[in-house]
Design a protein around this ligand. Structure first.
Ligand code: TYD
Length: 207
């Protein structure tokens, strides 16, 4: 893997999309080339899988099916978009990746990190992120900030207990993978958080 692979993680409503947008503006202003994608999604097939996973009508989807659909969307995105770019030495940014599966399906759904790792091993091979920026904000504060739950989003509808487990999962992951996890305190103003992200990426020699 010749390029650099950076992923962004966090609970719903932490301001992840906004921070990625601010980072894009910075990269453009500084003429730094990058490719941005997201999970689940980023290819035609993966976006179709996304709509099945997130569809609020699919209330009877079992946890194993959910985990496998995320892995299926992931392998398609890797094959078609991420791997070729990393092989060419490019900078790839991804809004959510394997750590979302660890936190949501592994910890919060209770499938376990080892199981999630097992079903993803075919999908990702050795394509792990160089660094993972975890935007750290507990769910209560995050939902307050985003103005409540999106009632059409199956994952957002899962309830506070679920989202607290997701958050706890991320905190565990940041210890388990401390070599690649960068914890960004996201409780401040958006500009402060943005500066923390820029500083961290500079320190790691990414930008
Ligand atoms: P999205 O609307 O993109 O959420 P956000 O804006 O917070 O990133 O929806 C993605 C949802 O899918 C989100 O609830 C997290 C969840 N998810 C998983 O449960 N497992 C995964 O592997 C991935 C990639 C996402």
């Amino acid at each position: 893997m010749k390029g650099k692979f950076i992923t962004f993680e966090g609970c719903e409503g932490v301001g992840k999309s906004r921070q990625i947008h601010l980072l894009e503006e910075y990269l453009k202003a500084n003429k730094i080339e990058y490719f941005l994608t997201r999970e689940p999604g980023g290819t035609g097939v993966s976006e179709q899988i996304r709509s099945v996973i997130l569809d609020g009508k699919n209330v009877d989807m079992c946890d194993g099916c959910e985990a496998l659909l995320y892995a299926a969307a992931r392998v398609q995105l890797l094959e078609k978009e991420i791997k070729p770019r990393l092989d060419r030495g490019e900078l790839v940014l991804c809004d959510r990746y394997i750590d979302s599966s660890f936190a949501y399906q592994g910890y919060a759904r209770g499938l376990g990190v080892d199981f999630v790792e097992k079903i993803n091993s075919y999908a990702i091979e050795n394509f792990m992120p160089d660094y993972t920026l975890f935007l750290d904000l507990p769910p209560e504060q995050a939902f307050l900030r985003k103005g409540g739950v999106d009632k059409n989003d199956r994952l957002e509808l899962s309830g506070m207990e679920f989202h607290n487990k997701v958050y706890g999962g991320y905190v565990e992951l940041s210890k388990r993978y401390s070599d690649r996890f960068i914890v960004i305190d996201a409780s401040g103003e958006k500009e402060q958080t943005h500066q923390k992200i820029i500083t961290a990426l500079k320190q790691k020699g990414i930008i």
